[in-house]
Design a protein around this ligand. Structure first.
Ligand code: FES
Length: 103
């Protein structure tokens, strides 16, 4: 798990963080923040370098779009969803952690 102050995030400007050794893209949208894998499922590109519009992030390399809330791939060339991470907010403190695997 990783902790970061909410007010260090700029809306629409994702950053890369490390969560238990995994590269994660953390994005503020309004008063919420969302965490997805920072590696595009199409090929290797860092999503934290992409553009954000509302709840959608666009990969800078070939333009695939993903829903930050669910990780779902919304447009080609990506077809696989991104892994999503749990984001909990307590005041100004965000805690980002891996979701426990369901059995
Ligand atoms: S690497 Fe992201 S769309 Fe191709």
């Amino acid at each position: 798990m990783t902790q970061i102050p909410f007010d260090s995030l700029v809306a629409g400007r994702p950053i890369e963080i490390d969560v238990d050794g995994k590269p994660v893209c953390l994005t503020r949208v309004g008063d919420e923040a969302f965490a997805v894998s920072n590696v595009c499922t199409h090929s290797y590109a860092e999503l934290s370098e992409g553009d954000v519009k509302d709840f959608v992030i666009e990969c800078w390399l070939h333009g695939a779009e993903f829903d930050l809330r669910t990780g779902a791939a919304l447009s080609l060339p990506a077809t696989e969803a991104l892994e999503t991470f749990l984001v909990e907010r307590d005041g100004n403190e965000l805690t980002i952690s891996q979701k426990s695997k369901e059995i």
